[in-house]
Design a protein around this ligand. Sequence first.
Ligand code: F6R
Length: 616
Amino acid sequence: MCGIVGYVGQKTTMDVLLGGLKRQEYRGYDSAGVALITEDGLIASAKKSGKLQALVDEVTAHPLAPGHTGIGHTRWATHGAPSDVNAHPHVVDGGKLAMIHNGIIENFAEIREEMLEAGHTFLSETDTEVGAVLLGHLVEQTGDFRTGFAQAVNRFQGAFTVLAIHQDAPNVILAARHNSPLVIGFGDGENFLGSDVAAFVEHTHRAAAVGQDQMVEITPEHVRVTDFAGTPVPIDEFEIAWDASASDKGGWPSFMAKEITENPDAVANTVRGRVVDGRVEIPELSGLGEDAIRKFSRIILVACGTASYAGQVGAYAIEQWARIPVEVQLSHEFRYRDPVITPETLVVSISQSGETMDTLMAVRYAMERGAKTVSICNTQGATIPRESDAIVYTHAGPEVAVASTKAFVAQITALYLLGLQFAQVRGTLDDTAIARNIAELQALPGKLEEVLTTGPEIRQLAKWMSDTPAVLFLGRHVGFPIALEGALKLKELAYIHAEGFAAGELKHGPIALIDHGQPVFVVVPSPRESAEIHSKVVSNIQEIRARGARVIAIAEAGDAAVLPYADEVIRIPLAGPFFEPILAVVPLQIFAMELADAKGLDVDQPRNLAKSVTVE
Ligand code: F6R
């Protein structure tokens, strides 16, 4: 939700800001803006509603005077509709000060009243402008940018990352964060700020995450971090593992197309280095201690959206392998059910961004009640991993398309690794079973490459179906969350009504939806590995076919039982029962992308969405 970038240095500031916004546009894309302090010491700014390109066109047509200190913002609207006036930066105090903000200033109404009484006026409907006016007011009152800034952030409540520049301090950016992300990038004679490292990875690989309730001052020469009382705090620098080119399209028509083809690498890189002498060894889990792993009596997986479906797949495997009851809770529901948590409860959060506010709050809630927490995350230095007891990073590389694809398969891979390590420690799987599952994991990248070759066939199918109003998805066991994920991808990318069901649930209501020509994707389990549920799913296919459904089966190579009843069969390579869903999801990802493309939609930036959901 909103991407932020800040730069102080000798490069062309506008290029750095627009580049940083481009790489963070997935965080919000309903308006964008920049402000800089020009070489004449004045604030210049530009902002436009619509995608970043509208701002690029604006500053190309009407270039701002050059400067060496600047801030930029790409917005996902919370308070106030997406419009030019509501876009950030908000320039106040007679044009002397500019501020950008990610989050929600919850006490904005009270501050607004106070500022109106003090004689200030407002142009926009946003909480951010209220914050900026307060900041300007306090800077005027105290006569000092830094003092005024510290006082203002101590007044804000809610979730915020704010960056501000003032023409009286031409080489300085001040920033602060509470419940919203902020990272620093360290350069040589230049420094950067961003919502995540994508903002500046093309310029530097040296970064540090700013902790909760901390303020930062950057100039070209120094970076200073303090708490909200102004006491200096140490900076914990890390090396960004991502390559800048990894967050470019690299010749693909969309980030989504690129990221789907990166599914094999996402799995391979997540497994890499975590299998040693035929055993799973995730060094990051060692902090939990083997004793604790033996004693865990319950695992709760918390996540939202696609990540929660990865959790649902993982839950089947972890429970079966490690013999621990595992449940999946949507992060935003978790706290409100007053869950039973004991010191023997392990809460595993799953989050690509590591910033999803609902998931962060679930993790904090679990920790306060004495649970141990593990974060499965794809983004270095993000808040959720930083606050958890242990981190298992998925090494899927940057995921820029708003809808998640490769991170999903990497999340399942990480959950499987965790399940296998727990099974080893608890002695619930013998060596042969461990070795078989490891071999399955290691074979997945090659099989995913094979699945990717079905792309043209699926593109054709999507073209034929481009005017379909609704699609249903069925699956059973681990195929059920895959059906849910297939439906979610289609909803968010192609804006088509789509529902996923457990195939066994069909007769309990959803079969009433089946009418002549209704397309239904069915994730068919393996007849070799899961004979019992395979025959049940084939019966379900017959039932819907008899009622006119158009069946598209995703079935393993050689499964002939589906042929008489399926209108289309998409083949996936043979794999163990827990591993087929990782293969089956890829045709569904491709289908959603191709159908959206056939409808002329933007597959990378679907309407109304943002990738990092940092508000509750
Ligand atoms: C759907 C999608 C979302 C995210 C969800 C959680 O394609 O991407 O459903 O999975 O918002 O996001 P993270 O994983 O960043 O916590």
